[in-house]
Design a protein around this ligand. Structure first.
Ligand code: NAD
Length: 484
């Protein structure tokens, strides 16, 4: 019945995209997926028509209507000026969660990690990916790392809800909060807070460096792993690669109002049009989509038939191995082999089982954070100063003390160099000068800061930015320089 059909937007992409999309849709439809497909064009042809985002305005209309995007890989033309379609889609549709299951299929597909079954849940909107970058001095460039409480709550809650729906046992958080005490510290804290609402799971936190080493060495020790954007970007590729098969993994990008599903690999132009490509990565994206649109029973049917096909040794060239595989097949034949096994389950590999998605839980964000008593207590003024003599610069800055405000420390790349610095510390042309109240722990006003900046400007000092220093309910909202 037409009313049963769920509208989705499909893009066939470039390179091997059209072949693997046709194969994936064929399998899903034969399995009984109830889809009303709207097709859009994205990628190379659109870029080359002069549309820098690689997607036409009419395609956005379809995406806004269906809110579900099943996307084949595209080719981004070489040369400047073309914007990443993935980043644009993610930002425009607010897709905050990237979910990537990385599973090994030993002994049917070669891998060093036969018992790996890890899901990486990556925060997708914040961290260093806001693209807020500045060149501040001749020598120093800056990229702002932003981590928010609502952003962290959304992704961490999503990870726990995912774990619950998929009968997972453990949720691990990776962060670097020993160094980035505020940003990664918040992510870790929110993980502990939200984790307390999910008593049924084992929970653990790893510092990302040793966590990454452990993940690469012993992935079977992990289950669901949630992390901020940059670590997730890197480690989701590591995890997919060590599962033995970048060509097999799919991923979901989930937002409050929309979602996008795809393979993790690219358009493999050299393999295009030869009926060679493995459609499994995109099919796995499709399986995640079927769960998302409320057809978990179809997702299960497709996934189990696929597992059985892999077990039966029917493999595309990229995973074919003499002695393990039984038959080397092309894209179409592989799809037919999966279709022929619909209704069957794997005999040795773990069968797939999916529960219904629960959107009412997964997007829940705790109400607006309680507003703290926020008190302005000082200002960090950043300068370009080309001499490398901290004592001279520190003394010069002290001459601007007055009007209730004074220099308390001067640092360079986060290390205190005045007063009481070390001669050995290397200094760039980028300096941070902390000015606080002349009264111990006293408040300062915006007006005092403006007047300080006015004095500095009149003296011709090149201040490149300021950061106000606040306390929140008496707690410092800034990190002192090393050595302070
Ligand atoms: P790629 O993933 O396309 O290919 C890497 C290697 O894996 C190649 O040897 C390729 O033949 C093989 N491969 C990939 N998918 C396969 C499959 N399904 N079956 C069999 N073999 C497969 O990466 P690349 O060569 O670095 O990039 C090619 C193009 O894809 C570039 O234009 C890049 O911008 C684009 N790309 C797109 C996406 C996307 O749309 N999501 C992601 C990554 C790369």
């Amino acid at each position: 019945m037409a009313s049963n059909l769920v509208p989705i937007t499909v893009a066939h992409g470039d390179g091997i995209g059209p072949e693997i999309m046709a194969a994936s849709l064929h399998i899903m439809q034969e399995a009984g997926a109830r889809l009303a497909i709207e097709t859009i064009e994205i990628g190379e042809k659109v870029y080359l028509r002069g549309i820098n985002a690689g997607i036409e305005p009419s395609a956005w209309e379809s995406l806004r209507r269906t809110k579900v995007f099943f996307k084949a890989p595209i080719t981004t033309p070489q040369g400047g000026g073309f914007k990443s379609l993935n980043v644009t889609t993610r930002k425009t549709l607010g897709l905050y969660a990237n979910v990537r299951p990385c599973v090994s299929y030993a002994p049917y597909i070669e891998t060093k990690h036969p018992n790996m079954d890890v899901v990486i849940v990556r925060e997708n909107e914040e961290d260093l990916y806001a693209g807020i970058e500045h060149r501040q001095t001749d020598e120093v460039y800056q990229c702002l790392k932003l981590i928010s409480r609502p952003g962290s709550e959304k992704i961490i809650r999503y990870a726990f809800e995912y774990a619950r729906r998929n009968n997972r046992k453990k949720v691990t958080c990776f962060s670097k909060d020993n160094i980035m005490k505020f940003t990664d510290g918040l992510f870790h804290k929110v993980f502990d807070e939200i984790g307390a609402e999910y008593p049924e799971f084992e929970k653990e936190h790893w510092i990302v460096d040793i966590g990454a080493a452990k993940l690469a060495d012993t992935p079977e020790a992990f289950d669901v792993v949630v992390m901020p954007n940059l670590y997730g970007d890197i480690l989701s590729d590591v995890a997919a690669q060590i599962a033995g098969s970048v060509g097999l993994a799919g991923s979901a990008n989930i937002g409050t109002g929309a979602a996008m599903f795809e393979a993790i690999h690219g358009s493999a132009p050299r393999r295009a049009g030869q009926n060679l490509a493995n459609p499994s990565g995109l099919l796995h994206g499709g399986i995640l989509m079927l769960v998302h649109i409320g057809q978990p029973e179809i997702a299960e049917r497709v996934h189990n038939a696929w597992l059985r096909t892999i077990e039966d040794g029917i493999h595309t060239y990229d995973i074919y191995k003499e002695g393990v595989s039984k038959q080397k097949v092309g894209t179409k034949e592989f799809a037919e082999a999966v279709v022929a096994r619909l209704g069957q389950k794997p005999e040795h590999l773990k069968a797939a089982s999916y529960a219904k998605d629960t959107p009412e839980h997964k997007h829940h964000v705790n109400g607006t954070a309680k507003r703290a008593n926020k008190q302005l207590v000082g200002v960090d003024v950043f300068f370009q100063w080309n001499e490398r003599n901290p004592v001279e610069f520190g003394k010069k800055l002290e001459s601007f003390n007055g009007d209730g405000i004074k220099l308390t420390s001067l640092s360079n790349r986060g290390v205190k160099v005045y007063p009481g610095g070390f001669e050995e510390t290397f200094c760039t042309d980028h300096w941070r000068a902390g000015f606080m109240s002349q009264q111990e722990n006293g408040p300062v006003t915006h007006e005092q800061i403006v007047k300080l900046l006015d004095r500095l400007a009149k003296a011709g000092l090149d201040f490149i930015k300021i950061e106000n220093l606040y306390t929140f309910d008496g707690q410092k909202g800034y990190v002192a320089s090393q050595g302070e």
